[in-house]
Design a protein around this ligand. Structure first.
Ligand code: SPV
Ligand code: MG
Length: 289
């Protein structure tokens, strides 16, 4: 676990951008672990995994509102960690009660998780990508800063990181509010800032980055380009981002493919028609040696 925890910090120091992909089970973890592509004689792979509250909930048929508790999520991620070596970033939602945080951090560190991301929202959790954010409330920044401090004092490993996720843009609060929070969270000890957005373009997160880069409290920035998916990593790098998280793509790939196969079998009353679109039995039985 110690080696894996430190690996993310080492990657942050060594790479222009750290590329993270969502993993919701061991098989998806293995894709991230093993996949390499070559383009123009250069080889590319993913640097690590994102344990997403959204896909962890959906795979269990539950909404992304903390119906799936931390124990269940940690037992799932331990299965992923059993068969992989790359670092994992944990989506901690809002962290729950401050009094419970040190136990969460202990469990994550014991498993070898490299970082937790906490979002500055309060009350019943609702996924940030929903259009309607009515009833969603943002925490008082100083109250949220106490959670950051709590994690800093609870962690055993100096390399376990806490990233603060700012939801100001999601809730329509704007740039000034986001920047004020970034200063407070950075001073509280956050190792990085996830500036979240559900716009179609990265304009608002780039305007945030431009201003925050000038601050003496600047810390590395994290982007989650789920809605602004046209953005290239090179543009994120240019704007000061150090981590990109592709937060839900393996689940979004798997679900329509599985539903399509099920539909084909139902329509044809046999499985022959789907054979060419799916892995052969031979491929599947040899997938894990
Ligand atoms: C998740 O993947 O669970 C996230 C990112 O928190 S988002 O779905 O954009 O809220
Ligand atoms: Mg989440």
């Amino acid at each position: 676990p110690e080696n894996r925890i430190s690996r993310l910090k080492r990657l942050l120091n060594a790479k222009k951008i750290v590329r993270i992909l969502e993993s919701h089970n061991s098989l998806t973890g293995l894709i991230i672990e093993n996949l390499k592509v070559t383009k123009n004689n250069l080889s590319y792979d993913f640097d690590g995994m994102w344990s997403s509250s959204l896909t962890d909930s959906l795979t269990r048929g539950k909404p992304d509102n903390q119906s799936v508790d931390y124990s269940t999520r940690i037992s799932g991620l331990n299965e992923i960690l059993d068969v992989t070596t790359k670092p994992l970033i944990f989506d901690g939602d809002n962290g729950g009660q401050i009094e419970h945080l040190s136990f969460l951090v202990r469990s994550l560190e014991r498993s070898g998780v490299s970082a937790i991301i906490l979002e500055d929202k309060i009350g019943l959790k609702k996924n940030s990508l929903f259009k309607n954010q009515k009833g969603t409330k943002q925490s008082n920044p100083n109250t949220f800063a106490k959670k950051i401090k709590k994690i800093c004092t609870s962690r055993q490993s100096k390399d376990f990181m806490i990233f603060a996720r700012i939801e100001s843009f999601i809730l329509g609060k704007g740039l000034t509010d986001a920047l004020k929070r970034a200063e407070i969270y950075s001073k509280a000890g956050a190792d990085g800032i996830l500036i979240h957005s559900k716009e179609k373009t990265p304009n608002e997160i780039f305007s945030f980055a431009k201003k925050f880069k000038k601050s003496k409290n600047f810390i590395p920035l994290i982007a989650v380009p789920s809605t602004y998916s046209k953005v290239y990593e090179k543009d994120l790098i240019k704007n000061g981002f150090k981590i990109v998280i592709y937060a839900n793509h393996l689940l979004r790939a798997a679900y329509p493919a599985m539903e399509y196969a099920a539909k084909k079998i139902l329509l044809n009353k046999r499985s022959y028609e789907i054979e060419k679109k799916i892995s052969s039995v031979n491929e599947v039985i040899n997938l894990i040696k």
